[in-house]
Design a protein around this ligand. Structure first.
Ligand SMILES: NC(=O)C1=CN([C@@H]2O[C@H](COP(=O)(O)OP(=O)(O)OC[C@H]3O[C@@H](n4cnc5c(N)ncnc54)[C@H](OP(=O)(O)O)[C@@H]3O)[C@@H](O)[C@H]2O)C=CC1
Ligand SMILES: O=C(O)C(=O)Cc1c[nH]c2ccccc12
Length: 284
């Protein structure tokens, strides 16, 4: 058993940021990470052409602004370099291959009891902490729904977390299931590689540009969210027109409201909409 003041679950950007803040205040802590590296989503499970959707001023971790020389929308590899630098600067040393399986709060002694499986040995390690920070990520686990017939489908099936680029699929036909930011950008990337691409859009979704989001993020510091949403939707309507005839319907609630209340991000268009309009990408 190990006793510590703060235990952080997850060595993604949030866990690393928490560690840096605690170190600055000399508060003893540890990070438990189930993978064998920090920021595994960024290092292992993101596609090649990914750039941050938010401008760099909204994507820096505490005590380390992005360099003035870096682009406004930072590419994935540059963000990984930034995280590498962050980990060195704050001497962050997560305990790797520790999969946290349970955490319970003991009212009597006012402490958390955390059980983590050591992935290498299979043994269970027990930690006791005064504070628990869960920074295990919104998107760490992949999910493929049960689709009847999927087992007998003779083509290749993959999850977006395994997708790198369309190079492998040239001259093939690919159906992208899901029209979140991953699905919409992967469809665009596939189409750029000459792949016959179709995408499934089953529910209403907001489509905006990264510039609309940037303006909205700045305005949301000063204005109520419903005003920011009115402006964002208006800008999107002016830019894209009515997309319902292409199968893209707009939700009744606004994009910033949905992000804030339900964690549902709008789609930040990287060029997919133009390809849908020109029928280079089919909507199913
Ligand atoms: N550059 C960047 O910064 C990027 C950021 N991201 C972010 O990462 C997070 C995860 O994004 P993403 O991977 O796109 O996942 P999301 O959860 O955002 O989107 C999943 C999509 O799949 C659809 N879906 C799920 N199940 C089915 C089904 N059975 N049939 C049809 N459609 C289905 C959902 O539709 P429905 O709404 O109907 O449930 C939704 O459109 C988001 O916050 C996103 O904004 C992602 C890519 C790039
Ligand atoms: O959630 C995401 O990953 C995004 O794609 C971008 C995003 C983060 N916060 C936001 C707030 C409003 C609109 C988009 C975003």
């Amino acid at each position: 058993m190990e006793e510590i003041v703060v235990l952080i679950v997850g060595a993604g950007p949030s866990g690393l940021a928490t560690s840096a803040c605690l170190s600055v205040h000399s508060i003893p802590h540890i990070i438990l990470e189930k993978e064998d590296i920090y920021a595994s989503l960024w290092k292992k499970r993101a596609y090649d052409r990914l750039k941050l959707h938010l401008a760099k001023e909204f994507c820096s971790l505490p005590f380390k602004p992005h360099s003035p020389d870096s682009p406004t929308y930072i590419p994935k590899d540059m963000f990984v370099d930034y995280l590498d630098d962050y980990v060195k600067t704050f001497n962050i040393q997560p305990k790797y291959q520790r999969h946290v399986e349970s955490a319970s709060y003991d009212e009597a002694d006012g402490k958390w009891r955390i059980e983590a499986k050591n992935v290498l040995t299979g043994g269970v390690e027990v930690y006791v902490a005064e504070f628990l920070v869960v920074a295990s990520g919104e998107n760490s686990g992949k999910y493929i729904p049960e689709l009847p017939g999927l087992d007998s489908f003779s083509g290749e099936t993959l999850h977006s977390s395994e997708y790198k680029s369309g190079a492998k699929y040239e001259n093939k036909e690919v159906l992208v299931v899901g029209c979140g930011n991953s699905g919409m950008e992967i469809a665009y990337d596939l189409s750029n590689y000459g792949v016959q691409t179709a995408i499934v859009i089953r529910n209403p979704v907001h489509v905006v540009t990264k510039e609309i989001v940037r303006v909205g993020m700045i305005f949301s510091k000063y204005l109520p969210i419903f005003i920011v949403d009115i402006m964002a939707v208006l800008m999107s309507k002016i830019l894209y027109g009515d997309l319902s005839k292409y199968g893209i319907r707009r939700p009744a609630k606004g994009p910033f409201y949905l992000k804030a209340t339900a964690g549902r991000a709008p789609v930040i268009d990287v060029g997919t909409v133009a390809k849908i309009k020109s029928k280079e990408i089919k909507v199913n």
